[in-house]
Design a protein. Structure first.
Length: 92
């Protein structure tokens, strides 16, 4: 069965908990490659492990999106690995 978001790269900020975490899980379950961003790297690694265990693809980008340099640095890394995002979701 083809997942509805195959070939989609989604950038989700605030992914270490709450709505951001739930959004990343839902997008990954629908087939999107998720680039998950938040300050708490250990929580992101845990989430990425769970997404991968379910057959999904997740890229951890530990960064503070309020830092003007951090989002751009993470975005460039994600683009080199998975291509440009086709969707973005920001959670606080």
């Amino acid at each position: 069965m083809t997942k509805t978001l195959d070939q989609t790269v989604a950038l989700v900020t605030g992914a270490s908990s709450g709505i951001g975490e739930a959004t990343a899980r839902i997008l990954a379950a629908q087939g999107a490659t998720v680039a998950i961003v938040a300050r708490r790297a250990e929580r992101l690694e845990s989430l990425a492990g769970e997404i991968r265990a379910e057959g999904g693809t997740a890229l951890v980008l530990a960064a503070d999106v309020t830092d003007p340099c951090a989002p751009g640095c993470g975005h460039r890394r994600g683009c080199r690995i998975h291509g440009h995002p086709t969707a973005a979701h920001r959670c606080r």
